[in-house]
Design a protein around this ligand. Structure first.
Ligand SMILES: Nc1ncnc2c1ncn2[C@@H]1O[C@H](COP(=O)(O)OP(=O)(O)O)[C@@H](O)[C@H]1O
Ligand SMILES: [Mg+2]
Length: 141
């Protein structure tokens, strides 16, 4: 594990997302593991903000996969996936093979452990844990 940090507000968790986003070159898959309310979507919002994605950042819960295409300001084609209710097969049928190997893309996945069998070896794995109402533990593996 390379880093482990405690955040004391949702803004601090967003900030962690922003910091990670600064490192992205294209082609990365960011896996956010954690229970409901742990802060996966909050962390994602920080990434999207840093990558100049125009809000609002709709939670993909009802969409499975939300795409934010490249714009003049936004240089990556971003996919935000919520695998809570799906099986690997559902993600495959959305064009996963092509999407996951394209270096113009950034993929952010909530509940990645549910589709572990189709994830490549090289991913950013981040675990969020609820400590109390305002505190979360964020582990970067
Ligand atoms: N330190 C913190 N980090 C992240 N979220 C926090 C924190 N403290 C409070 N919260 C709140 O917890 C909730 C986290 O929700 P969300 O990011 O949607 O979680 P998830 O996507 O993991 O279900 C939000 O309402 C957020 O405002
Ligand atoms: Mg969420």
């Amino acid at each position: 594990m390379s880093k482990s940090i405690i955040t004391n507000s949702f803004q601090e968790t967003q900030k962690q997302g922003e910091l990670l986003a600064k490192e992205l070159k294209g082609g990365e898959i960011i896996c956010l593991e954690g229970e409901l309310g742990a802060g996966k979507t909050t962390f994602t919002q920080g990434i999207l903000k840093e990558l100049q994605v125009k809000g609002p950042y709709i939670s993909p819960t009802f969409l499975i996969m939300k795409n934010y295409p490249i714009t003049k300001k936004q240089k990556f084609n971003i996919y935000h996936i919520d695998a809570y209710r799906v099986k690997s097969q559902d993600i495959l049928s959305l064009g996963w093979k092509e999407i996951s190997k394209d270096n113009n893309n950034i993929l952010i996945i909530e509940w990645p452990e549910r589709i572990k069998d189709i994830l490549p070896q090289e991913v950013f794995w981040i675990k969020l844990k609820w400590i109390d109402d305002e505190k979360r533990l964020i582990q970067f593996f």
